[in-house]
Ligand binder design. Structure first.
Ligand code: LLP
Length: 431
């Protein structure tokens, strides 16, 4: 977050609350969410993309409070399950400003979306289109839809989070004509209004090349649709995926840079196809929430091992791990870490911050220099933990998932409380 400072005693503070007292009050580990920083980033996207609709992608992190903040900051919200939709609505989000995603939405999820009047359903298969039509006929609903297309882009990111190449589960292919078939199908359906085309090329992307290709191919597709039907489609969504800095090696573009880049491309394409500029939208998740949240852990054990090629590495074990951040294990994601409860005059030694799970791959930070006198009881802060960490948290080894505590005006207020053994046992209904 922008609001991290260190006092003369070396204690880190987030938005005016020092992490030592935060841990004393809320326990360890804990995710500290900086409300002011979230609002600031949401606003930066809204201003940079003035005239576009900015959907916050709730999958990165969603709570009722976050839905409220998104609403208050004038953004829209993207959900990808019926449960996310319910949290968004309970948080007070206006249904008309919600977009619903998913490659395999159930009839129950679609029924909920239709009956609550979500602004847009992003359809992803012919089966889903047929299902929506049935529900509309039965319930008297009218569905506003966009067609999710696969623009055939190789986004330069981890394979598991790249979504625009042909051989993966999302969307209709532009290349083989399935996208056009789906668009025509929706357009002539009596129960649907086809708003336009949707593309999402992947996540944690730094270069704009992939977005350029996606914009070019989707705009061309929309122009071809107009040629075929005489109808101009009013909307184009270019998805999310804007990268954030996890370590000093990453240098993401600012919202202003992204906006001017994307604006230029779509305006150019509109001129090239002599078509009116569609209303544009994007869906940033990580770029809004990622940097707002810092995780704080307590060091439990410190152990030094000898490395094969000579030298040593210090294993610093903390009271969490892959159950509260699976990203290093799943995507080889890199993070940084700092000593958070004091300063040290000692020089840095090569450390690996690991969790407490029964698994060698339970690594939080692969390589980081921490002071040589790091010891049990010290606090370690890992920044940029807002996106896809608590959301992808698990109960592996029956871990109790940490709380997400909102920091605002020098106050701490839990958005998600710490899980208890009772919570876990409530699910264990056998005997
Ligand atoms: N829109 C759509 C249709 C998406 O599928 C996603 C992410 C987003 C927007 C938001 O992407 P963002 O701006 O946050 O990059 N669990 C992975 C990321 C998976 C992203 C899935 N879809 C990770 O931890 O890196």
């Amino acid at each position: 977050s922008r609001n991290v400072t260190r006092d003369p005693a070396g204690r880190l503070s987030v938005a005016g609350v020092d992490v030592v007292s935060a841990v004393r009050q809320e326990g360890s580990p804990v995710y500290l969410f900086d409300e002011d920083d979230f609002r600031h980033r949401a606003r930066a996207f809204r201003h940079a993309f003035e005239g576009w609709q900015v959907f916050y992608a709730g999958k990165a992190m969603l709570t009722r409070t976050i839905a409220r903040l998104v609403m208050e900051e004038g953004l829209s919200l993207d959900v990808c399950s019926g449960s996310e939709l319910q949290v968004a609505l309970l948080g007070g989000m206006d249904a008309a400003r919600i977009g619903m995603h998913g490659n395999n939405k159930t009839s129950d999820e679609l029924e909920l979306a239709l009956s609550r009047g979500v602004g847009c359903i992003v359809v992803d298969s012919l089966d889903e289109i047929a299902r929506i039509e049935q529900l509309c006929e039965a319930g008297g609903y009218h569905a506003r839809v966009m067609v999710r297309v696969t623009p055939g882009v190789e986004a330069h990111t981890h394979e598991y989070i790249a979504t625009a190449h042909e051989d993966q589960k999302f969307g209709f292919s532009i290349a083989n004509g399935q996208a056009m078939v789906a668009m025509v199908r929706c357009h002539y359906s009596p129960s649907m209004e086809l708003l336009g085309v949707h593309s999402h090329i992947g996540s944690q992307i730094f270069d704009t090349g992939g977005f350029e290709v996606a914009a070019r191919r989707t705009m061309k597709l929309m122009a071809q649709f107009t040629d075929a039907t005489g109808v101009h489609l009013p909307q184009l969504d270019l998805g999310g995926g804007f990268g954030v800095a996890y370590t000093s090696a990453d240098s993401p573009a600012t919202p202003d840079e992204l906006a001017s880049g994307l604006r230029e491309i779509v305006e150019h394409e509109a001129r090239a196809h002599s078509m009116a500029l569609p209303a544009l939208s994007i869906e940033p998740g990580r770029a809004i929430v990622g940097p707002t949240t810092m995780a704080v852990y307590t060091v439990g054990t410190v152990k030094t091992v000898d490395l094969d090629g000579g030298g040593q590495r210090v294993y610093v074990s903390v009271d969490g791990g892959m159950s509260d951040n699976i990203r290093p294990a799943l995507y080889a994601a890199e993070y940084s870490a700092v000593l958070a409860d004091r300063t040290s005059q000692e020089s840095g030694v090569l450390c690996r911050v690991v969790g407490k799970h029964c698994e060698g791959g339970d690594i939080l930070v692969r390589d980081v220099f921490l002071p040589a006198d790091i010891a049990p009881g010290d606090l370690i802060a890992v920044p940029t933990m807002g996106a896809y960490s608590r959301e992808m948290a698990s109960n592996y080894n029956h871990a109790l998932r940490p709380p997400v505590v909102r920091v605002h005006d020098g106050q701490l207020s839990p958005m998600i409380r710490r899980e208890t053994m009772d919570d876990l046992l409530r699910l264990d209904v056998g005997r």
